[in-house]
Design a protein around this ligand. Structure first.
Ligand code: CAA
Length: 291
């Protein structure tokens, strides 16, 4: 099926990255959010991030201008309803996502494909509340979206082959690579990545190493581009905790027990880069470890 128009719901870190890559790949993008400031910040961020690609010779100035012209924003969720493809990239809370799909349903075209960028919530359960579980699937981008090569395609129990094939073709048009995952808690990337991050927090909690020594160990000892605590701050500690809870609840295995120190940081509102404090304090010139 021919996909031309794409609605992105949620203008946060993931939503703006998704709008960025779709607009550059030639799709018409409508970005929606409940918050006017989030929409204007998202457009400014996309402009800045495409400019980085222009300055490194990866994108031409003309391509940038064309991509920016393909992005429109709206506060009205109903306006994204008629798009060929909708990608929900709102807060990682099931009630929020369900409310968005409930509100969208009356405005969809019969052929509209619905997807969620959820990093861990059951696709089958989200799909079951819609009128089109066969045209519903998980479409999981990695952060930062313009840089990361992978997109996880998650098939709900009812997802049909035509929908999966259409999304696979979209991933190719974006110049990215798809990995197919079945619909079990946290899919593939987060099933493996989050227990590693949680273990790094336990390593800190038990005093085995400091923030600096844990991150340096994994950067220099395992060639990871970021240390696990730096990466946790980058992803958001609330998101990391939410994913550990999904793994713990969904797989009922104590090995997925979230570290109490991770919970404590989240309770403090120290959520990482987005709140300027997490395992590092970002308020000064250079990040300073908080433990
Ligand atoms: N938009 C466009 N370009 C961007 C960008 C953005 N948002 N962020 C970085 N870049 C570009 C830079 O311009 C730079 O381009 P060149 O290679 O052409 O110079 C390149 O990306 C590298 O960036 P920097 O030089 O600024 O910094 P770096 O070399 O330290 O790399 C990084 C930054 C790409 C983020 C790297 O540290 C990295 O790969 N970190 C790990 C990221 C990761 O693991 N992400 C997955 C998180 S898990 C997830 O997303 C799933 C989930 O559900 C939670």
């Amino acid at each position: 099926m021919d996909i031309r128009s794409v609605g992105v719901v949620g203008a946060g870190q993931m939503g703006n990255g998704i709008a960025h890559v779709f607009a550059l790949a030639g799709y018409d993008v409508i970005l929606t959010d409940v918050n006017e400031a989030a929409l204007s910040n998202a457009v400014a961020t996309i402009d800045r991030n495409i400019e980085r690609q222009v300055s490194r010779g990866k994108v031409t100035a003309d391509d940038k201008a064309a991509a920016m012209a393909r992005i429109t924003t709206t506060l009205k969720l109903a306006e994204v309803g008629p798009c060929d493809l909708i990608i929900e990239a709102a807060t990682e809370r099931e009630t929020v996502k369900q409310a968005i799909f409930d509100d969208l349903l009356p405005h969809l075209k019969p052929h509209t494909i619905l997807t969620s960028n959820t990093s861990s919530i059951s696709i089958t359960r989200l799909a079951s509340r819609t009128d089109r579980p066969e045209k519903f699937m998980g479409f999981h981008f990695m952060n930062p979206v313009p840089v990361m090569q992978l997109v996880e395609l998650i098939r709900g129990i009812a997802t049909d082959q035509e929908t999966w094939d259409a999304m696979h073709a979209v991933v190719r048009k974006l110049g990215k690579t798809a990995a197919s995952a079945e619909d079990f808690p946290a899919f593939i990337v987060n099933r493996i990545l989050m227990p590693m991050i949680n273990e790094a927090v336990y390593t800190l909690y038990e005093g085995v190493g400091s923030v600096k020594s844990i991150d340096e160990s994994m950067k220099l000892g395992a060639n990871h581009p970021m240390g696990p605590l730096e990466l946790a701050d980058f992803i958001g500690l609330d998101t990391c905790l939410a994913i550990m809870n999904v793994l713990h609840d969904g797989l009922a295995d104590t090995k997925y027990r979230p570290c109490p120190l991770l919970t404590k940081y989240v309770e403090a509102g120290w959520l990482g880069r987005k709140t300027q404090r997490g395992f590092y304090d970002y308020r000064g010139e250079t990040p300073v470890p908080t433990r």
